[in-house]
Design a protein around this ligand. Structure first.
Ligand SMILES: [Cu+2]
Ligand SMILES: [Zn+2]
Length: 199
């Protein structure tokens, strides 16, 4: 009777130790899983940050024109969503120009249209050719505001292809309309707003 009691005591002790150990193992596993999850979410937010650029446009040539342009890349497509204000009612041209330098009062420091493929100026998608910066025209309403949304797989954000990478270029809004014919810039008039595309 005494012997069996001792055996029972030893058995229950072993069981208690085993339970404790198991519980500890589970706790460690949970902690590791949490760490992995945290690392993954941090990586995702970093990737999103480099694939999206917000460009604020400053008024140029004595105008009151301003703009907010968001470029975002998803797989092979770059989208551009722009909101403009302080412009005269009617149609205005918007292009990507070759330099991100908007320091001059008339926006001339941004250089000509971004044209890495040495094409004539034209309407986007035209068989006769067009610049990679030839976005086109958008409409401004009576309140002086307007928007444009544009998608293309011919741009990228920060890739190694100089014919596609929009980093280091600028967004320019013009006083007038792009006629898609006149060389080298569509006779769109003065540069009323400018913002550099900088990461
Ligand atoms: Cu232009
Ligand atoms: Zn052009």
């Amino acid at each position: 009777m005494k012997k069996s009691l001792i055996i029972l005591f030893v058995l229950s002790l072993m069981l208690a130790t085993a339970c404790k150990k198991e519980k500890k193992d589970v706790e460690v596993e949970t902690e590791t899983e949490e760490n992995v999850t945290n690392t993954e979410s941090a990586d995702t937010s970093r990737a999103e940050a480099t694939d999206k650029i917000v460009v604020l446009l400053d008024s140029k040539s004595g105008s009151t024109a301003k703009g907010n342009v968001v470029f975002r890349q998803r797989s092979n497509t770059v989208s551009m969503t722009a909101v403009f204000s302080g412009l005269e009612e009617g149609t205005h041209a918007v292009h990507l120009h070759e330099k991100s330098d908007c320091s001059s009062d008339d926006g001339s420091s941004a250089g000509g249209h971004w044209n890495p493929t040495a094409q004539p100026h034209g309407e986007w998608g035209d068989e006769a050719g067009y610049h990679k910066g030839d976005i086109g025209n958008f409409t401004i309403n009576a309140n002086g505001t307007g928007t444009i949304t544009f998608f293309t797989d011919e741009w990228c954000i920060g890739c190694s292809d100089d014919a596609k990478d929009i980093i280091g270029k600028s967004v320019i809004v013009h006083q007038g309309t792009d006629d898609f014919k006149s060389q080298p810039s569509g006779a769109a008039g003065s540069r009323v707003s400018c913002g550099g595309i900088i990461q």
